[in-house]
Design a protein. Structure first.
Length: 622
């Protein structure tokens, strides 16, 4: 019980307040922060209970079985005529009758593998089912994290590096698995072993007064506890720093692997290698500190225990302790200190796992700032118009849109033009509620979009981004994203409208062709047409085109423009564009500058009166 209390009362930790970037000292018991995650064990309670039961059998075989076996077996083997062995010989004779000395030796020797066999089976069963439970736990926690990541707004991903989030999802949950499953099992198995061993020590001391003096060896337990606490405090700080550096390394690797072209184009290989080596060296340094404080616990306890045991042995022998008493008592004391060492390692594991919990909770406790309505209203169909009412928006207190007041009738195609950073993309992204304005509101048919469920609202909107993401899978699967229950015929029809069917048909596997990671096996124009095919398949009344032709060659742009001209028909459309070839399909043009709409009209109206529009279009206006 002393050891468990020590684990619970170990020193405070430094913890990050989720979403705030601030750190504070906490005095809560370190074990307490793991309690919410134990609910994941409920789904594998049977396997976990079986593993724990096997652990208790292992504890009994280790803490009591081995010392008592030593006390019974060795006197018989070496023909020691002592009282404690007579009951065993009498018991054996009553079961099988009179036996010879040789048979007695055989039966007695069999106790040694028998006890170790029980110990081995119980240890294996414990390890197997605890690992099974642990893997299910980490699977469940990772699922919770992934679900949470899918619910968080775009602003969260702009503030956090994808590689670091990946490290939290994979590495930190792996550490948490060890704490919840393996360490939690040892918190039952090792104290049980310790209690069985101490009970055996007490029993032997009671039976043999000369062994009573050996109990002074247990006075070293408080010193062992101090060693565990001291190392645990140092370990916590290093472990947290190590986890953070690991997240930075994952982010750096992700960035490097996704930017292979730029790195080679600008000869950044040496710089990337230098940064990688620097991060690896820092992780190595912190990792070795973690190893130092984790590994120092066990040998320190051994030295302290050996010193206490030597003192106990000295006084015990002086008090008349026999060899037989020494063997049994020595085994019992050894089995007392062994779980103490393991509990010290468990303590260090909890300290290291605490850093992972903080990093996981940063995600789990991050607020979804785009809240669902308490009493949602159905989205209107057909959509009769989009209205911006005094909308103001800022990123981290940096204003992007100022007092935008605008109505877009249903079916109107509106182009958004202006210099970079003028607020065009933000304006468009407010419609599907990727962000919420700080002031004012966006309405569909006079109803604030905050009144609709996000999923329902976005079902009415199709987006074709500048650089569309294709997911691992086939072309058919990537087009089907627009409508999950679409038939093959509907998919091919959408592809034909997007001018994608011809190039797909020429591929060796047609629609079953794999697109590769991020669609790298396709050209930019082909990826863009797949994205347009998704939009055709979704058939949403509102369409957002985010510079859909800005990075295309002339031939690809021509096909994409034809597809877009067909796609916008009958849809309320927002087109973010810089090229006149894209803008000319618009019925109306909004000119943005410094977060405000400075001009609103058709191409012919703006061409002669708006200097910003003239500068943006340049020679294409003529």
């Amino acid at each position: 019980m002393v050891t468990l209390r020590t684990l619970a009362l170990a020193g405070g930790a430094i913890r990050c307040l989720p979403g705030s970037g601030r750190w504070k000292r906490i005095t809560d018991k370190p074990l307490k922060k793991f309690f919410p995650y134990y609910r994941h064990l409920w789904m594998v309670k049977g396997q976990f209970a079986l593993g724990v039961t096997a652990g208790l059998i292992y504890a009994a075989a280790s803490g009591a079985g081995l010392p008592l076996m030593t006390k019974v077996v060795f006197p018989v083997l070496f023909n020691e005529n002592v009282d404690q062995s007579k009951w065993y010989v009498a018991w054996l004779t009553s079961r099988i009758g009179e036996i010879s000395r040789q048979d007695l030796l055989i039966y007695t020797c069999l106790w040694i593998p028998a006890v170790f066999l029980v110990r081995a089976i119980a240890g294996y069963t414990n390890a197997y089912f605890i690992q099974h439970a642990g893997m299910r736990v980490v699977e469940s926690i990772r699922t919770d994290l992934f679900v949470k990541l899918q619910q968080l707004p775009l602003a969260f991903f702009k503030r956090n590096k994808s590689g670091d989030l990946l490290a939290r999802l994979m590495n930190d949950t792996q550490m948490l698995q060890q704490v919840i499953a393996q360490a939690s099992s040892d918190l039952i198995k090792q104290p049980a072993t310790l209690l069985f061993a101490l009970a055996t020590v007490g029993y032997l001391a009671f039976k043999d007064r000369s062994s009573f003096i050996a109990l002074i060896a247990l006075l070293t337990v408080p010193l062992c506890i101090l060693l565990i606490r001291s190392a645990g405090k140092k370990l916590t700080r290093r472990a947290r720093a190590l986890q953070e550096k690991g997240g930075d390394l994952s982010a750096s690797l992700s960035e490097s692997l996704q930017s292979a072209l730029e790195i080679r184009a600008y000869n950044l290989q040496e710089m990337q290698v230098s940064r990688f080596r620097s991060r690896i060296a820092e992780i190595f340094r912190l990792g070795m500190k973690v190893v130092k404080y984790r590994q120092i616990i066990s040998p320190s306890i051994e030295v302290v225990a050996a010193t206490g045991f030597a003192a106990a042995l000295y006084f015990g022998v002086r008090a008349g302790m026999t060899l037989e008493g020494f063997l049994a008592l020595g085994m019992a004391l050894y089995m007392s200190y062994e779980p103490m060492k393991k509990l010290g390692n468990i303590h260090s594991l909890f300290q290291q796992g605490g850093a992972s919990v903080d990093r996981i909770e940063f995600i789990l406790h991050s607020d979804d700032t785009i809240l669902e309505p308490e009493h949602p209203k159905p989205c209107p169909l057909p959509v009769r118009g989009i209205t911006f009412k005094d909308v103001t928006f800022a990123y981290n207190e940096l204003p992007v849109l100022h007092d935008v007041d605008l109505h877009i009738p249903a079916g109107q195609v509106v182009a958004l033009v202006g210099p970079s950073g003028a607020g065009k993309s933000t304006f468009a992204h407010l419609v599907p509620r990727f962000y919420d304005p700080q002031a004012g509101e966006v309405q569909l048919d006079g109803v604030s979009i905050r009144e609709f469920l996000k999923g329902d609202l976005r079902n009415h909107i199709a987006v074709v981004p500048q650089t569309p993401s294709l997911f691992l899978g086939t072309l058919e699967e990537n087009i089907r994203i627009g409508k999950q229950d679409a038939t093959r015929e509907e998919i091919e029809t959408a592809a034909k409208k997007a001018f994608a069917h011809d190039f797909i048909s020429k591929l060796p596997n047609g629609y079953e062709t794999s697109v590769g990671e991020r669609g790298d096996l396709l050209s930019g124009g082909q990826r863009q047409r797949i994205a347009i095919a998704r939009a055709f398949l979704k058939d949403a009344p509102i369409l957002i085109l985010d510079e859909a032709t800005s990075a295309l060659d002339t031939e690809s742009e021509a096909m994409v423009q034809q597809a877009l001209a067909e796609l916008v028909k009958g849809r309320t459309t927002l087109i973010i564009a810089h090229r006149f070839s894209t803008i000319r399909i618009a019925d109306r043009i909004l000119v943005f500058k410094n977060g405000r709409i400075i001009s609103d009209g058709s191409h012919d109206e703006l061409r002669d009166i708006d200097p910003t529009y003239q500068a943006m279009m340049g020679g294409e206006l003529r």
